[in-house]
Design a protein. Structure first.
Length: 293
């Protein structure tokens, strides 16, 4: 059974807990788009159905008297068929992980979603026998206005990723954002489009240190390379442009990066210049994620 221990980063008096909603698997070809299997399979081995292991890393922030959750994984509402398709193991561990950090669902003040695909907001709601209700009843939920519009009016390609029961019951507590925004001193969101048109990443800055939760801009460390983008990206050329713009800043400003779907080394930095950037794992994060099959 896969149940990692939360990994805590300290930024002065703020605490950032990397927590997990479990793991699942996605098709390796879809995860690497036009990159040939001969290139990606040596770095992340697929199973007999060509699926590769994916983490559901979420970020729990305790800062300035607020408790903030960034993305919520898949949650525990899905049926056995869904769980088998995605080989979910285990199912919906987010609340247990929060409890290990001393946080209850009622303690959460804000939930920030990078976007509204099922593996990033499934834990926003729970099923109580009569329907869905917010998992975090005292929280304000934040998402980009354009992302909500896309979720409510999906096209034929994206409709399977947008599942309304993951967010409709949160609408009374929803705050829609329009572009880059500072939510409070030291915590902001910025547009990082390509995977979806209004995908956002989350930045935490304290005492000169910068931590960025990437969402699906770079879901794993292997997606640092500009051409290595997902077949799931709705706007692949924009994904590449976004990475080309941000990678030099990531390297020069030494952002500490959190990779949402990376199962082995989810925390680290990049260095390099031009077309070549390389991942450096956070030295004390080795083993944060168990990568066993």
């Amino acid at each position: 059974m896969f149940f990692p221990t939360p990994y805590t980063l300290s930024l002065a008096d703020w605490k950032l807990h990397l927590i997990s909603d479990g793991r699942f698997r996605l098709d390796g070809g879809a995860m690497f788009g036009v990159v040939p299997k001969t290139l990606w399979s040596p770095v992340i081995e697929p199973d007999e159905k060509n699926r590769i292991p994916m983490a559901l890393n979420c970020l729990l922030i305790q800062a300035a008297g607020k408790t903030i959750l960034v993305d919520t994984g898949i949650g525990a509402k899905e049926d056995d068929k869904f769980r088998e398709i995605y080989r979910m193991d285990p199912v919906g561990t987010l609340l247990q992980q929060m409890q290990l950090c001393g946080v209850k669902n009622t303690d959460v003040d804000w939930v920030i979603n990078t976007h509204l695909h099922f593996d990033h907001c499934g834990g926003n709601t729970v099923h109580d026998g009569e329907g869905e209700r917010p998992t975090f009843p005292n929280a304000t939920y934040f998402v980009q206005r354009g992302e909500m519009e896309a979720a409510r009016h999906p096209d034929v390609r994206s409709r399977a990723s947008y599942v309304s029961r993951n967010w409709e019951s949160t609408v009374p507590a929803l705050q829609l954002l329009d572009g880059n925004c500072e939510l409070m001193s030291g915590i902001s969101v910025f547009l990082s489009p390509g995977h979806t048109a209004y995908h956002q990443s989350v930045q935490v800055e304290r005492d000169g240190q910068v931590v960025v939760f990437l969402g699906d801009l770079m879901p794993t460390i292997h997606h640092i390379s500009v051409p290595w983008i997902m077949g799931y990206d709705l706007y692949p050329l924009i994904s590449m442009d976004t990475k080309k713009t941000l990678l030099p800043r990531m390297a020069s400003e030494q952002w500490l990066l959190i990779f949402e779907h990376e199962p082995f080394q989810p925390v680290g930095r990049v260095h390099g210049e031009g077309r070549k950037f390389v991942f450096d794992a956070q030295s004390d994060s080795s083993g944060v994620r168990d990568g066993g099959n």
